[in-house]
Write a protein that binds this ligand. Structure first.
Ligand SMILES: Cc1cc2nc3c(=O)[nH]c(=O)nc-3n(C[C@H](O)[C@H](O)[C@H](O)COP(=O)(O)OP(=O)(O)OC[C@H]3O[C@@H](n4cnc5c(N)ncnc54)[C@H](O)[C@@H]3O)c2cc1C
Length: 428
């Protein structure tokens, strides 16, 4: 048996960043016998990501379950994230099939609750050492391979050696940059602002998303009676929007179909946002390095997928590399290659679609087909939900059967509405 010290390492794995991806990976690796240092540049254990609408898709549920977080999340008031989506053809309202199983769900839970909870679980996990106030500033490299990090700490510079360095340090990942892993960047032609409200009831008490082609908006109920509202308009609107941020935000919401009653609600946060949020994709491994969460792939916030993928990529990495990372069993490079394959297979198709929609365009013909049919047919609404929850990928979402069924639904709908067709133009 090799222990990290005898191999010249301080730990088996050092992770940069104790957000969702980093804290989850630390726990899941340590439970598999890996000795982990979890470095976080911020020194406050309650620190959290402010710029997020924290709707965590159902694909993350098994990871939250493995982490043992589900009871604590429910106790903290996390809301199951059922949702309905407005389209020009009406609302898509995914519901369980009569007599069928419940739709899988994730949670809406504020990051101010979730991040500290997950980090505190990492602190409690035997085998994890959480080092707050440690900012990764350099990599230790030997013979073309990364074998540790340099960190600036309240006590000065420190070198920490490990068999594997994990970049879980967000979209501007220091580890990725220091390891020379380039990012493929896709422009995002929308900007976004969000704010938190109380006393903002939503129809059915569930999340609402508006596809306004190209603008977007959403409203999600969260823990403690807080509703988060976000608007994501086309960047062409930015100069006018910025002239009166608060007025523009409120007017945008007031103009939504079935608008939430924003004028009787209490705003409890600043209106905050981002005017430039490109999508990034990086190769998720390099010799001695793995990237997880946003460090490997930052998608468009409008799909609300980053938290789920932060948790899932942490799980995929732990499953792939844990035995080799201890130095006891298997080859680390082969384990990293297996992680990279899973990452590419599971996420690259989603990212391609997101990058295309980030051009801020109206729906393309295939999207028109699928969205209009989902607004008209319950089983296609469920099918779309599984895709939005990232439980199926683009190939299954657009499989020939689903496309054929969508066409049939629309042809029947046209037949049923034909006598009145000369009165209105539905755009389908
Ligand atoms: C406006 C907006 C809305 C969003 N809404 C949603 C949503 O509704 N649902 C959803 O799933 N996703 C959403 N996302 C995406 C989501 O916020 C991210 O995908 C998610 O936070 C990624 O988690 P992470 O752990 O990879 O990175 P982060 O949460 O960014 O964590 C990175 C951590 O690394 C630390 N760090 C950084 N650099 C260093 C360093 N050099 N050394 C040590 N530590 C370092 C940071 O302090 C931080 O703690 C949204 C994003 C935006 C911008």
């Amino acid at each position: 048996m090799t222990n990290p010290e005898s191999a010249g390492y301080d730990y088996d794995v050092v992770i940069s960043g104790s957000g969702l991806a980093g804290s989850a990976a630390a726990i899941l690796l340590a439970r598999r016998g890996v000795r982990v240092a979890l470095l976080e540049r911020r020194s406050d254990p309650e620190a959290y990501k402010v710029l997020c609408t924290h709707s965590i898709t159902a694909n993350a549920y098994p990871v939250l379950d493995e982490l043992g977080l589900v009871p604590a999340l429910e106790k903290a008031g996390a809301m199951s994230n059922a949702a309905r989506w407005y389209t020009r053809w009406g609302w898509i309202e995914p519901k369980a099939a009569p007599g069928g199983p419940e739709l899988p769900h994730g949670y809406n839970i504020r990051r101010s609750v979730l991040d500290p909870l997950l980090r505190s679980r990492a602190v409690e996990t035997p085998g994890v050492e959480v080092l707050l106030g440690h900012r990764v500033t350099g990599l230790v490299r030997e013979a073309g391979r990364t074998v540790g990090v340099r960190a600036s700490t309240p006590q000065g510079e420190r070198e920490i050696r490990a068999r594997l360095v994990v970049g879980a340090d967000g979209k501007d990942s220091a580890v990725a940059k220091l390891a020379g892993v380039p990012a493929r960047v896709h422009e995002n032609a929308r900007f976004g602002y969000l704010a938190h409200f109380r006393n903002l009831p939503l129809p059915g008490g569930i999340g609402q998303t508006w596809f306004l082609e190209p603008d977007m908006a959403y409203a999600f109920p969260n823990d403690d009676g807080v509703t988060v509202l976000a608007v994501l308009p086309d960047k062409k609107r930015l100069p006018a929007f910025r002239e009166d941020l608060e007025g523009s935000f409120l007017d945008f919401v007031r103009a939504l179909p079935e608008a939430p009653p924003i004028d009787s609600a209490e705003r409890i946060s600043k209106i905050t946002g981002t005017v430039d949020y490109p999508l990034h994709s990086r190769r998720p491994t390099a010799p001695g390095v793995a990237l997880i969460g946003d460090a490997a792939l930052t998608s468009d916030p409008l799909w609300g997928v980053g938290c789920g993928w932060a948790l899932q990529t942490a799980q995929w990495l732990a499953e792939a590399v844990a035995p080799a990372a201890t130095g006891r069993q298997g080859d680390l490079d082969r384990a990293l290659a297996a992680y990279a394959r899973t990452h590419r297979r599971r996420l690259s198709g989603h990212q391609q679609l997101a990058a295309d929609y980030a051009k801020s365009r109206p729906f393309n013909p295939m999207e028109r087909l699928m969205f209009s049919a989902a607004a008209r047919d319950a089983s296609l609404a469920r099918h779309m939900y599984l895709f939005a929850a990232r439980l199926i990928g683009p190939l299954r979402f657009l499989n020939p059967l689903a496309v054929a069924k969508s066409s049939v639904v629309n042809i029947k709908h046209r037949g049923a509405t034909a006598p009145a067709a000369h009165l209105s133009h539905t755009g389908s």
